[in-house]
Each structure stands twice: as structure tokens, then as C-alpha cells.
Ligand binder design. Sequence first.
Ligand code: FAD
Ligand code: 2HG
Ligand code: ZN
Length: 456
Amino acid sequence: MLIEQLKSIVGPKGWTSDPAAMAPSLVDWRGAFHGSAPIVLSPASTDEVAAVVSACAAAGVAIVPQGGNTSMCGGAVPDESGQQIVLRLGRMNRIRALDTENFSIEVEAGCILEHIQIAARKAGRLFALSLGAEGSCQIGGNLATNAGGINVIRYGTARAQTLGLEAVLADGTVINSLRSLRKDTAGYDLKQLFIGSEGTLGIITAATLKLFPDPGLKTTVLIAIESSGAAVRLLSHLRRSIGDSIEAFELISGYVFGLVDRHIPASVPPFATEFPWYVLANTACGDDTGSLEQALQQAVEANLAGDAILAKSAAESAALWRIRHSIAEAERAAGKALKHDVAVPVSRIEEFLQRGDRLLAELAPGAQLIAFGHVGDGNLHYNVAMEPGSEQAARVTEAIYALATGLGGSFSAEHGVGRLKREYLVQYRNESEIELMRTLKRAMDPLNILNPGKVI
Ligand code: FAD
Ligand code: 2HG
Ligand code: ZN
């Protein structure tokens, strides 16, 4: 009976129970988590989402919100029970309004991230969130995971770029906090409850996002370096020299460059000589690359950089960023891996990597490290090519997480907790933090129908 009710709420275009059509929603991007569902719903409006949630609440049936299903931690896939309903947001993909003077844009949750970037650019503005999955991930998923990506160093995470939010609560109530203000201290900032909560406290249906002036021409530079520590010192040096114009500053190991070269067609190896590490950076200094070139020259003289290539055209820049954005795909093509999306203070990156190497050599001799990340944010993807699930794999993950948190870091930097890292949340957040999270969850979702089994 519930299923018939749900079908009538969303209409004939808004549901499927065809196994082939449901299949992409029942497995995660890496193929690590498989689930099943009686039906996949695709509502077309906030009212339809509210009616669906209210019907599910009355029946006590769980809902798994799903955007582009690019989660790296199994967050958007239902469990194996066959009882959880998948709610795809992709049909809600309208850009509702763009206010150039207010530098803001209001979008529905199912908008593909790249479509928002394009709409902003057409209006001479920048929507700064950018990540490898931007061609398929959706803004609702980005906000639900508080996604990071490559531009955090200058513009902050998804949270920092959100002005307002519309969400549906676990009983079907619509919370409209779609304001577009930079300052607003009227009561609790409710939108923050939903950002980063991975669909466990409410379903995001729309958002008002911050835009920036379009900095226009960007300069992309690929810098070869001898050590990860040099990357951190190089970043400090560049920040002192050219200030806030650094938009992205990504660390990539030499092995990872080779991995992309082997698995992604038409990716161009950058240097004739191989270096252990590379930095790929974007600066927004327009036509004036003089101060950047001078700062790079000083870096070479101070042994902070081995060699540097400045992209000479937009096409060259795109080719370099294609390499960076293809890492996850290359790693997936190469086989199974333990994913460690950790953060440490930027100043502890070198220590983390050195101690991580020693731990790996001890716990999994010969296992291949796949290290890269958003070094400007202290966020490293310290992945290890290994079959997950064994005791040895668990020991490696435990050791890496303990190392990161021991250095004042986090075991979960930008991908979220999802299903993959649930057990670690209770381990690495203190008791009072966990209790407050549980209190919030109980208060906002007393029947535990919103993405149960994820996060907490
Ligand atoms: P989904 O995977 O569909 O969902 C993610 C979580 O959000 C799930 O828990 C889901 O239930 C929930 N959710 C989805 N939509 C809603 C909604 N409307 N309301 C409430 N909850 C919802 N992440 C980064 O942070 N930085 C990166 O650089 C980065 N690069 C990536 C590169 C690749 C190639 C891939 C495959 C993934 C990458 N990711 C990265 C991981 C991923 O978090 C992001 O791609 C993105 O934020 C997820 O968006 P999505 O629409 O695919 O969400
Ligand atoms: C990236 O930075 C993504 O490319 C994916 O966050 C990281 O594959 C990963 O571990
Ligand atoms: Zn990342």
C-alpha cells in the first residue's frame, strides 16, 4: 500500500522498480557496497519530497537520499534488507534564481555541480566549489557531505559557500531557510545542521550559494619537488609572495602520476625526469604572471622546487587538471584500495607522510601507497592498494587513523563517514560529542528513517 501511495505522489515519471533501471542506485561508485530497494523514487518538487517523507514516516519505512552517487564511503546506497527506499534528487535540477549584484544563486538539490559553475560563469561570476566528480555529483550531495575539492584554500568548503538552505525534515515538514544574506544572527543557524549530515537529519531540496567575481584567466603551474615537506614550505613561500591569489595547491606523488598515465588514455606525462612528488597549482593572477614566475625562480634557488611548467594555454591547463581529476578513476581501474581521507594541520603533513611510510613498511610490507591530496587544506588521500576486509587491512587503517588523529588531525576530512567509517566515529570523537550527535539524531529523526546505518 505504501508503494502505491508513493507512486501516486511522484507520478509515472517519478519512480522505477525495474531492476536494470534501479541497478546504478544500488551500488556505490567504487563497487564496494551493494544494496537493494523495493523502488527508486525521483520526485520533481519539494512538495513531492515532503509528501514522500511524510508517507514513509507514517509507515516507518527508511529513505536513502541519493544525488550523483559518487560517495567515496557508501553513503548513498541502501542496505541489503530490501526495505529501504532510494530517493534520487536528480529531477530537481532547476536553477531558480541568480542575483549578480548579491553574488548569489539559488538552485535545486539535484543540479549537477558543473551546471552551477557554468551558469555562474555565464553571468560573469564564479561558483568556486570544484572536484573531480563535478560532471556528475549534485549540489545536494555536495552539501550533505560538506564537500571540499581543489579550491578550499581560497574559498572554503561547501559549507563556507552556502548562504541558505531548504530541507525536508523526517516528518515531512519543509524548513525554508533560503536566505541569501552574509550576516544573519537571528537564532540558531539551522542550515548548518544539514550540511555535512549525509542525509541523516533531513533531505536537502534547495540551496542559496555564494558567488565570487570571476577571476578570469587562471595560471596553472605544475611543479616538481623532491619531498612532501618541500610542498608545504613552497606553499608558505608562495603565499608570502603572491598572497591570496592561490586557488588550488594539490600534492601528487610520482607513483600516482604514473598510475594515471597507465590507466587514463591521452593523459600526458609531465616531465622527462621523474620526481618523487609534484604540486599542481592554480593562481588567479590574470595576465600578470611576473610575480608568480619570480616567486617560482626564488623557490628553485632555495631548493623548494626542482622544475616548473607553466601552462601556456587554457587547453594545456585543462590537460594538467585532467590528470589530477582522473586520479580516483585511475586508482579504481588499478584495483581495490583502502581509502584514507585524512586531515592533519598543514605543518604536520611531512611528519604524517614519513611516519605513515614507516607504519606501512611494518604492517603491510610491499603494499603500494597511493598518496595525493589537497595539501593547502592539510587533507591527504593516503590510500593503500590492498584488498579491504582482512585483519591486516584493518590494522593498516587503524594505524593511519591513529597517526592522523594523534597529530591533531581527523580520520574523515572531506568525503564524510557514510557506511565505511561509522565504527571510527565513536572511536575518534569524544563521548560528549557522540552523545550530542545522538541527541540531535533522536530529536530530528525519532523513527530513524533518514539514511539509517550511516554516520552514527
Ligand atoms: P551522493 O554520493 O549521492 O551522496 C552522498 C551523501 O549525501 C549520501 O550520504 C547521501 O545519502 C547524501 N545525500 C545526497 N543528496 C542529498 C540530499 N539532497 N539531501 C540529503 N542528503 C543527500 N569529495 C570531496 O569532498 N572532494 C573531492 O575532491 C572529491 N573528488 C571526487 C572525485 C571523484 C572522481 C569521485 C567519484 C568522488 C569525489 N568526491 C570528492 C566524493 C563525493 O563526496 C563528492 O563527489 C560529492 O560531494 C558527492 O555528491 P553526490 O551528489 O554524488 O552525492
Ligand atoms: C580527490 O581528491 C577525491 O580526487 C578522491 O577526493 C580521493 O579517490 C580518492 O581517494
Ligand atoms: Zn579529495
